[in-house]
Ligand binder design. Structure first.
Ligand code: GTP
Ligand code: MG
Length: 303
């Protein structure tokens, strides 16, 4: 869980009524973004493009690169843009790596009091069953309502070779992808995360303008739910205590009870009862012997 940075006691320019939380007018408004998706699609690379510098570790690897949620921020067009990079929290594999919901709680704390946009990252031309699973996991964690704040971000824009992304999405025979894009209100964007300089700035500008429009459609208020409410209400408390409470709230929703957790519990139970096994076997053997003796006594004898 290294590298985690806790949510700060700051509010966007809108929601809070608490006078303690009011920001000076000159302060930048906030746009909070969460990067989500299966492992290896380019979440961290997308985060780095948005920030304009390399903050999140990003590389080609056979195993997950990002292991914990991390927050980065930058200024853009009068906004303070805050980006939370995540490990795979949304597929079964990712959830198994977070059996007690601590990492998902960390994502909540870093993006409290709630994101203005959720970036569902996928690779152009490779929308797989795992991408579908990740989208399902996002709905499961935040609720289906979060898709009203989602943007499907395609990495490897260069593979479009200048063609239109909207035409690509319209023409794709991948029905699951078309359905997801429709659920996300048709909000799509493509990035070449290898681009640099003015080309990168232009692509990121397109994405952030889309996010800005989305935020303004909701009068600047972020997406929120009861867990964000809890995280935000405890923003002045010790972060480690809040993390524990938020993780417990998520676990109470059943989010921590995947097969991995059941298996972990079963294994712990077997280990705890190992010393009782010889006694249990002895009792079982005795009971079997007794049943055999009773059967023999009840059987008719030779004529
Ligand atoms: N050519 C190209 N490569 C990209 C692009 N975006 C990401 N990549 C590459 O894809 C690989 C994986 O990128 P990451 O950013 O580590 O992916 P991730 O989703 O954060 O992966 P995890 O942290 O393991 O979940 C890296 O080698 C990136 O350079 C892109 O737009 N174009
Ligand atoms: Mg990553």
């Amino acid at each position: 869980m290294g590298g985690r940075k806790m949510a700060r006691d700051e509010e966007n320019a809108y929601g809070s009524q608490d006078p303690e939380d009011q920001q000076p007018l000159a302060q930048e408004r906030r746009l909070r973004l969460i990067l989500a998706g299966r492992t290896g699609v380019g979440k961290s690379a997308t985060g780095n493009s948005i920030l304009g510098h390399r903050l999140f570790p990003s590389r080609l690897a056979a195993t997950p690169v990002t292991r914990s949620c991390t927050l980065g921020s930058r200024s853009w067009a009068g906004w303070r843009v805050e980006v939370t990079d995540t490990p795979d929290l949304f597929t079964a594999q990712g959830r198994h790596a977070d059996p007690d919901c601590t990492e998902r709680a960390s994502c909540y704390l870093l993006s409290a009091p709630g994101p203005h946009a959720l970036l569902l990252v996928t690779q152009l031309g490779r929308f797989t069953a795992q991408d579908e699973e990740a989208a399902r996991g996002v709905r499961e964690l935040f609720g289906a309502g979060v898709l009203a704040r989602a943007v499907v971000v395609f990495t490897r824009r260069e593979d479009l070779e200048g063609a239109s992304l909207h035409d690509y999405v319209r023409a794709t025979d991948n029905r699951a992808l078309r359905a997801l894009v429709a659920e996300c209100g048709g909000r799509v964007c493509a990035l070449d995360n290898r681009a640099e300089g003015a080309e990168r700035d232009a692509q990121v500008g397109e994405l952030l303008a889309l996010v800005e429009r989305l935020a303004l459609e909701h009068d600047g208020a972020p997406f929120t739910d009861d867990v964000y409410g809890l995280a935000w209400a405890r923003r002045h408390a010790r972060p480690e205590d809040t993390l524990r409470l938020v993780a417990a709230r998520l676990a109470a929703r059943g989010l921590g009870r995947g097969w991995g957790r059941q298996w972990g519990r079963g294994r712990r139970w077997l280990e705890a009862t190992r010393r009782l096994w010889p006694l249990a076997l002895l009792l079982l053997g005795g009971a079997l012997l007794l049943v055999l003796l009773l059967l023999q006594r009840g059987a008719p004898g030779p004529d």
